[in-house]
Ligand binder design. Structure first.
Ligand code: CA
Length: 224
């Protein structure tokens, strides 16, 4: 398992790096935001541990930047108490978990392992729900064993919904995850895409899976 630690506090960086090496991780370190972002972009990590307050580029900015670039590596943020007060911003940044300093090393390891389990679960190649079957690497979709042709946007919407099965997927999330910040679209456009997706996925005689949550967004789940 490869881990990247970005932390400007030399003591914490050394302590965490040493501890994780002893746990069997392969560890890369950076002590500034720009170096951390650079390493995260050129290497593949299984998990990234980011300090929030960093010189040049903050941990929060790194997190947002990586998610914009469709980097889905799990991110655990280390924060000072007050950082997390801006909860909305932190939740929207795309981090997966955070720990408030000072922390106990055993808990850090436990959280890392939990994130790694979650991400390996998310990376399963075939996702099924009721009679819907999506093969991520082959980019194929079947409903009740019949092939469905989806556009690439429809496919991305469906996979994002399936990865968040049972939770409300908002327009903002879809904008962020499917279109990205360089391609701003409207709620109406998103509605049209979901409408087409639903017509293809929720075929006659099968359980409807995609639900509209009025005023919020959508949800995919198998219980009617
Ligand atoms: Ca710091």
């Amino acid at each position: 398992m490869n881990v990247l630690i970005v932390e400007d506090d030399e003591k914490i960086l050394t302590f965490v790096a040493k501890g994780l090496k002893e746990e069997g991780f392969s560890v890369d370190t950076a002590n500034s935001g720009d170096e951390g972002l650079y390493l995260a972009q050129i290497n593949e990590y299984d998990i990234i541990i980011l300090d929030w307050g960093l010189p040049i580029i903050s941990g929060l900015q790194i997190c947002k930047e990586l998610r914009l670039q469709k980097n889905t590596t799990p991110i655990l943020m280390l924060t000072a108490k007050n950082d997390i007060d801006d909860k909305i911003e932190s939740l929207e940044s795309g981090m997966d978990d955070y720990m408030t300093k000072p922390f106990v090393f055993r808990e850090l390891v436990a959280r890392i392992n939990s994130l790694l389990r979650r991400s390996s679960y998310n990376h399963t190649d075939i996702i099924t729900l009721d009679t819907l079957e999506v093969n991520i690497s082959k980019r194929t979709v079947k409903r009740a064993n019949k092939s469905i042709e989806l556009t690439s946007k429809e496919f991305s919407i469906l996979v994002y919904m399936l990865n968040n099965k049972g939770s409300i997927v908002t327009h903002t999330k879809l904008q962020d995850k499917v279109w990205g910040m360089s391609e701003i679209t409207s709620s109406n456009v998103i509605n049209v895409f979901v409408h087409h997706l639903r017509k293809k996925v929720d075929i006659e005689g099968e359980l409807p899976l995609i639900k509209t949550i009025r005023g919020s967004g959508y949800k995919i789940e198998a219980n009617s």
